[in-house]
Design a protein around this ligand. Structure first.
Ligand SMILES: Nc1ncnc2c1ncn2[C@@H]1O[C@H](COP(=O)(O)OP(=O)(O)O)[C@@H](O)[C@H]1O
Ligand SMILES: [Mg+2]
Length: 239
């Protein structure tokens, strides 16, 4: 595959065109960023771990009836996905207060959020991915009312499924970010990735972070923690 097939190079992944129409190749990079790219570092081993975790999660969700973009894993760093027209939205779901939620609302980190909170951020680097509401989304024509409702319903179903999965792995799913897109066939699918890069996972006993907060807060090497997330999930699926 030559570089002329590269269609997008992102902060954590690269996207390539393939010979098959409607199918893209996604390559997981070792780069880690925080603060919209303000902090950036190469972390050997991260790409392979994220892809393995993502594959496990997307497969579990697909088996539960969630439509996803994942078609086939090619190797430890590369997978084929359905090309989607992405909604420029970061869909965040929170079960416990952390991160920007704590700063914005002045609540204590770790406060449980009954029934959860779903938030939208407008994926626009130049604007620093601002928080937006349903009316902003309609005004920007980023999604129709029906699409918005479908995205919200899918996100809540995904949350229920993943809270349960991580609980069995001894981890609390504190919050996470998803991205959705529409395929050529017209289906809204879960796209992008699910990994400890865009979720907060706390050990159920110690409440220690097993996610990118370790990198954000300069608390050491993330790799052993990402490895632990993968091995705990693998232990479940092999059980
Ligand atoms: N199935 C898909 N079809 C088209 N684009 C996708 C698909 N899944 C994810 N993407 C996009 O590919 C990019 C993935 O690379 P990433 O490194 O996460 O980028 P970013 O720096 O924009 O977050 C994202 O912009 C994401 O919206
Ligand atoms: Mg991204």
């Amino acid at each position: 595959m030559t570089d002329q097939n590269l269609i997008y190079t992102g902060k954590a992944k690269d996207l390539y065109r393939t010979d098959q129409p409607g199918i893209l190749k996604m390559v997981y990079k070792n780069q880690a960023t925080a603060g919209n790219g303000a902090k950036k570092e190469e972390i050997p081993g991260k790409g392979v771990l994220n892809q393995a975790i993502n594959q496990l999660i997307f497969t579990y969700l697909a088996e539960a009836g969630i439509p996803t973009h994942l078609v086939e894993v090619l190797n430890a760093r590369e997978e084929l996905v359905k090309e989607a027209q992405m909604f420029p939205l970061e869909v965040v779901f929170r079960n416990y207060a952390a991160g920007s939620f704590v700063k914005r609302l002045g609540v204590e980190k770790g406060t449980p959020i009954e029934d959860g909170v779903l938030e939208f951020f407008y994926k626009a680097d130049a604007l620093n991915d601002p928080f937006i509401n349903d009316d902003d989304i309609r005004f920007l024509q980023v999604a129709t009312e029906a699409e918005l409702q479908e995205i919200k319903a899918l996100t809540r179903r995904i949350n229920t499924l993943l809270v349960d999965l991580f609980k069995q792995a001894g981890l609390i799913l504190v919050d996470f970010k998803l991205e959705f897109g529409r395929t050529a066939a017209g289906e809204i699918v879960l796209a992008d990735e699910f990994s400890p890069d865009n979720a907060r996972l706390w050990d159920v006993e110690t409440k220690a972070s097993f996610d990118k907060d370790i990198f954000r807060n300069d608390e050491g090497d993330i790799i052993p923690f990402y490895e632990a997330v993968l091995s705990r999930l693998e232990a479940l699926t092999q059980a």
